[in-house]
Design a binder for this molecule. Structure first.
Ligand SMILES: Nc1ncnc2c1ncn2[C@@H]1O[C@H](COP(=O)(O)OP(=O)(O)OP(=O)(O)O)[C@@H](O)[C@H]1O
Ligand SMILES: [Mg+2]
Length: 438
């Protein structure tokens, strides 16, 4: 997130916020301009590049990933006419854990007003209960619910009166090496990292309306290599998870089972209406030629392969995440976003399978985004801006992670040191003589 560096001559001199989403299929940069005293920001540009060196949200080839980030940043800079220098970065990785803990503090023998220090103290008390392995770090600390004198459901206790303050805290834990690699990649591309946000949180903020998050809803962002799940209730995230399955798995399944080239499988997946269950044309043959070879398969075969993967993802994996969140009901239902949400009929198919309302979501800020870059695959990137703004507005909503664990000088490319030569007996003798006589 942050301040502009320099504007090209003739351009405005605004304060901007920048979100950088490292996706499996594409890297996206969203630039927003602060909207004066309202505390809001307007998206003014979106840059993008095909993603190289990033798989399932993890950096797998540093130099390729750096190139992708540079290209996306350059694309955004051209669009907005500003030189960008800093960004809040969203990433995923498959090793994301959400841990719940509880904390309690006494406010005194007689009721008194809750002040900011009390909130910091009760958060600290809950954090003391979280044990983090050496190779992991807490990326987000999120107060899920406060109680005052046993009355639960308090959204913000600041300024309220009571004798005892309780908190339910969620800690999102990720491997520190994953974060370090993302940091190295972005800094090497010339962008200073001002914050991190885990993708399911950014996607939920980018897609879910305030009413939905208050009533209870789940956002599922299905991208190329990952699926981010965020369960919200009473306006707060109750659980955040990343499932290492995305649209590319559907393509792989289609290609390997039907024995057709990947490029064709990707095309067919997007073009054929796969999710209409109640039709009689399942025996219809779909045929095509590719590099001189003829391929033929039935619509029924294709449907079975794709639905099998989608059923596993939603009725097993996503359902488990919803159950783990502890939220008993989600009246506002399921919100699907990410590239796979573009699949025709997927919303109706999932609504039947899960027996809940389902809607496809593009970014809530879509009207302010370029028309060709405002579909569901941009929700996460747009959500980063909302995350940065919410964090500024209420620093206790999503607590800033400490960046102390980051090594600012990447060690991965440090030159290999020449081996230290062992001293010979003669060298040691000369050293002693020098010591004695000089
Ligand atoms: N019309 C469509 N129908 C079905 N799938 C689609 C369609 N358009 C794009 N996809 C799929 O969406 C996926 C890419 O989505 P997206 O751009 O959201 O991924 P990403 O954000 O780069 O990846 P991730 O979030 O997993 O790291 C690809 O698997 C692509 O095949
Ligand atoms: Mg994504």
């Amino acid at each position: 997130m942050v301040k502009k560096t320099s504007a090209k001559s003739g351009y405005r001199d605004p304060e901007v916020l920048v979100g950088l989403d490292l996706g499996t299929s594409k890297v996206t940069v969203v630039v927003a301009e602060r909207d004066g005293p309202s505390g809001e920001a307007q998206i003014i540009g979106v840059g993008q590049s095909p993603s190289e060196g990033i798989r399932k949200g993890l950096i797998v080839h540093l130099d390729q990933a750096v190139r992708s980030v540079r290209q996306a940043v350059g694309d955004a800079e051209n669009m907005v006419g500003l030189k960008l220098s800093e960004a809040t970065v969203s990433f995923s990785g498959c090793d994301v854990q959400s841990l719940r803990s509880k904390g309690m503090i006494s406010l005194g023998r007689s009721p008194r007003t809750v002040i900011e220090v009390d909130i910091a103290r009760v958060i600290e008390a809950a954090q003391a209960d979280v044990s983090v392995p050496n190779n992991q770090i807490i990326l987000h600390t999120i107060p899920v619910e406060y109680s005052l004198d046993g009355n639960s459901g308090i959204d913000d206790p600041l300024g309220m009166t009571g004798m005892r303050l309780d908190i339910d805290l969620e800690s999102v834990i990720v491997p520190s090496a994953t974060v370090q690699n993302v940091f190295n990649c972005v800094e090497k591309a010339g962008i200073t990292v001002t914050g991190f946000v885990i993708k399911p949180l950014a996607s939920a903020l980018g897609a879910m309306t305030h009413e939905e998050s208050m009533a209870g809803a789940v956002t599922v962002d299905i991208g190329g290599g990952t699926c981010g799940v965020a369960v919200f209730s009473e306006g707060r995230p109750k659980s955040l998870a990343v499932i290492p399955v995305g649209g590319d798995h559907i393509t792989n399944d289609v290609a390997s089972v039907l024995k057709i080239p990947m490029i064709k499988a990707e095309e067919i997946k997007k073009e054929v209406d796969i999710y209409s269950n109640d039709r009689e044309d399942q025996d219809d043959l779909l045929e095509f030629d590719h590099m001189g070879k003829n391929y033929s398969y039935s619509l029924g075969e294709l449907t079975e392969i794709v639905q099998c993967r989608v059923d596993e993802l939603f009725t097993s994996l996503v359902r488990t995440e919803i159950a783990n969140s502890g939220v008993p009901m989600l009246p506002a239902g399921l919100i699907i976003t990410g590239g796979v949400a573009r699949s025709a009929g997927l919303d109706k198919y999932l609504s039947r399978a899960l027996d809940m309302p389902v809607r496809v979501s593009s970014p809530l800020d879509a009207s302010r985004m370029p028309p060709n870059k405002n579909g569901p695959e941009y929700t996460c990137a747009a959500g980063i801006i909302r995350y940065a703004l919410e964090q500024e507005r209420d620093p206790y909503r999503y607590l800033e992670q400490s960046m102390d664990f980051i090594t600012t000088k990447p060690t991965v490319r440090d030159p290999i040191q020449p081996p230290i030569r062992k001293k010979s007996l003669w060298d040691s003798f000369v050293d002693v003589v020098k010591e004695l006589f000089y």
